[in-house]
Design a protein around this ligand. Structure first.
Ligand SMILES: [Zn+2]
Length: 256
């Protein structure tokens, strides 16, 4: 099968691309910043997002015993070794939880990469499913931001920020996910009038195609979207996820 020998993924942090803006996971990475202040090695701007199928509770409960994948280095494809990690918050179902995020280090490159579970988006507190639900409702035209935010249990301004960013990047995301859908053997998506609607339709088509590959269905559409964009679905990055996808190896979900 066409994609069986192509690890499907996620090692898609865009920061490895030369010239990409240096972004870090931001204020959520308190421990990482503390390490930098202590003079340890520079933390890579690159987050690797892996297609974690675990519920947030299960991930929290497993702590450091989560069966983390160990992908090759996104820059040089060499072996990565686990290299400490940090804790960050996520909010799921209205509840803040602290999760462990391991770091992987590449000795030849001298950098470390955060290994984020796909239920997170870089620099965002809320889980991908919460954000995706709001995006689907509002960008899909089903309702306004306020009722969607209330249903999701998040502040109005937060939800409004997600929708604005998603719409602002809608064309770029739509083109990228539509191309990915076709690459995965899925349906073609024609651009729609609203950028948000187009992006939503394209994410849906790409996920529908990916769901035919082992493991993706249970990961879910929004974790898939996070994995494919290296956690940058609604980041300010101007790097096209398609560009990144096209240059990266894919990391398959872990079989059940
Ligand atoms: Zn490397």
């Amino acid at each position: 099968m066409l994609f069986d020998d192509v690890p499907f993924s996620a090692c898609l942090g865009a920061g490895q691309d030369r010239g990409a803006p240096v972004e870090r996971e931001g204020s959520l990475l308190a421990s990482c910043c503390a390490d930098r202040e202590k003079g340890s090695e520079a933390v890579s701007p690159v987050a690797i997002v892996w297609p974690c199928p675990l519920a947030v509770d299960a991930y929290v409960a497993a702590g450091r015993d989560v069966a983390f994948p160990r992908p090759g280095c996104p820059s040089c494809a060499g072996p990565l070794v686990f290299w400490s990690g940090y804790r960050r918050y996520v909010r799921a179902a209205g509840r803040c939880r602290k999760i462990f995020v391991p770091r992987l280090r590449c000795a030849p490159c001298g950098v470390s990469h955060a290994l984020l579970p796909a239920f997170t988006l870089a620099w965002r507190l809320d889980v991908a499913e919460t954000i995706g639900l709001v995006l689907a409702e509002v960008a899909g035209g089903g309702c306004g931001v306020r009722p969607a935010a209330e249903r999701a249990g998040v502040p109005y301004e937060t939800a409004r920020g997600w929708v604005r960013r998603f719409r602002a990047r809608g064309r770029e995301l739509g083109v990228a996910f539509a191309a990915l859908a076709v690459e995965l053997g899925g349906a073609a998506v024609t651009p729609l009038a609203g950028t948000g609607r187009f992006a939503l339709a394209a994410v849906g088509a790409a996920f529908a195609a990916a769901a035919g590959l082992p493991g993706w269905r249970r990961v879910g559409a929004w974790r898939f979207a996070s994995a494919v964009t290296g956690g940058r679905l609604i980041a300010a990055s101007t790097v096209s996820p398609w560009f990144v996808v096209g240059r990266r190896r894919f990391m398959p979900p872990i079989p059940p």
